[in-house]
Ligand binder design. Structure first.
Ligand code: FCB
Length: 437
């Protein structure tokens, strides 16, 4: 062994994307939200994205060049079922061909069924807080099961359900833009039921492993001495990081964020419906109690003077290990389904990878059953409310010409994925021979 440590046998390196953020040419609830001027920059539009819809082969090649063995993408419901009950066979066939291509080149598909976006009809006709969503999601999941048949994918039914609900049903910042605790609680229970329905549909079509992607934040009290900041930290960690996974493993949903949201339900049917836990980790959040609504302030502090990342988040690799250790209690395999940095020059990304991989290996040595690491993201892309500012991509995309160019982290990623050993990044300013440019 030459490196500091080796990744476990069978451990997969890969990259993550989501349809709306890269494909382009999609008409869904987010496109509507943009036209309503609801992004930070009200005139920003996703539009043609980074045209991944038409450049899939090129992007697959870029993925192979990274030495990756897994590729996470999402299926866009609005493409598959643009009108309620009308399924677009052409879009379905195109997704199917892409996933087959991935298998042909030895890349395992990691497929998200729901990554924040919905067809435009969804919130009007069968929203998450009404029971009718169950039938809609089941039908959509059946179509997805057809697309995935025989490919033995890793399937993420929902990406960050907690973020979807907090953003869409509590804070009203993302579609459907509701701020209603009772509706949020019904939606939450329905999302879990939908997860189960999707599981039934997928498994009846063949072999697949199913999970969700959970956004986890390493919470800390803003004022370490303040009892209310500490109480908030405790509630947030339980409700934000764990409630969803807890419910899907134990059948008991318990959420309590005083003044913000609360829910309690027994759902024995969803118990044991995860084959793995998907972890999306980016940062630590310091919580401060406010004496008036919304009662909580979230702060990103540069505690170790590493410099906040460009999006304004703390670079806190230590929290990665802590969060992974917290997942040990579920006794399930863990996939890192997202981790990455908004680094607009691309210079900082290799050391970000190194520091986070170190923490991951530490968690593994302490008994976390880690199966893979998917970097967010393959390409620079459209970052939701932030629009086109952030750059998370291993490949830099020129947003005018759509040309993709490797950032220095590509060579480092490839070297690690192929050697499976952790080595500190060297000066890797120029791409290795054989890297696409
Ligand atoms: C996650 C989202 C993903 C991307 C990253 C930066 O919360 O799942 O789509 O926006 O953040």
């Amino acid at each position: 062994m030459n490196g500091e440590a080796s990744f476990p046998p069978g451990f997969q390196f890969g990259v993550a994307t989501s349809a709306y953020q890269v494909e382009g040419h999609i008409e869904n609830d987010w496109a509507e939200w943009e036209r309503m001027g609801r992004l930070k920059e009200p005139k920003a539009r996703c539009g043609i994205g980074v045209d991944h819809w038409n450049r899939f082969e090129e992007d697959l090649k870029l993925t192979q060049d990274l030495g990756a063995g897994a590729f996470r993408l999402s299926l866009e419901w609005a493409r598959i079922e643009p009108e309620r009950g009308r399924f677009d066979e052409e879009a379905i066939a195109r997704y199917r061909r892409r996933l087959e291509r991935m298998r042909e080149v030895g890349i395992r598909p990691v497929v998200t069924l729901h990554h924040f976006t919905h067809p435009r009809w969804f919130h009007r006709e069968t929203p998450w807080h009404e029971r009718s969503c169950l039938e809609s999601f089941r039908r959509y999941a059946r179509a997805c099961a057809g697309i995935l048949r025989g490919l033995d994918p890793l399937v993420i039914t929902f990406n960050e359900p907690t973020v979807l609900l907090l953003g869409g049903y509590v804070m009203g910042l993302i579609p459907p833009g509701i701020s209603d605790g009772a509706k949020a609680a019904s939606a939450l229970v329905n999302l879990m039921r939908c997860h189960l329905l999707a599981r039934e549909e997928l498994l009846s079509a063949g072999k697949a492993e199913l999970g969700i992607s959970q956004n986890v934040l390493a919470f800390a009290p803003d004022r370490a001495w303040h009892p209310l900041d500490r109480a908030l930290t405790h509630f947030a960690s339980r409700s934000y990081n764990h409630a969803f996974i807890d419910a899907l493993t134990s059948g008991k949903l318990r959420i309590s964020m005083p003044g913000v949201v609360g829910a309690r339900a027994d759902l024995p049917e969803v118990r044991g419906s995860l084959d793995f836990i998907g972890v999306n980790y980016y940062t630590r959040a310091h919580l401060r109690f406010l004496p008036k609504r919304p009662f909580v302030q979230v702060r990103y502090r540069d505690v170790h003077q590493r410099g906040l990342t460009h999006i304004g988040w703390e670079d806190y690799p230590e929290g990665f290990c802590d969060m992974l250790l917290e997942m040990k209690r579920y006794g399930l395999p863990v996939w890192i389904t997202e981790n990455g940095i908004d680094d607009r020059s691309g210079e900082r990304r290799p050391s970000y990878l190194y520091s986070h991989w170190r923490q991951l290996l530490q968690a593994q040595r302490q008994g976390v059953d880690l199966r893979g690491y998917l970097y967010w993201s393959l390409l620079d892309n459209f970052e939701w409310l932030e629009g086109w500012g952030p750059r998370f991509g291993l490949y830099r995309v020129d947003f005018d010409t759509l040309e993709r160019r490797p950032t220095p982290a590509c060579a480092y990623f490839r070297r690690t994925a192929l050697s499976r050993e952790l080595l500190a990044p060297q000066e890797e300013a120029s791409p290795e021979p054989g890297m696409a440019s």
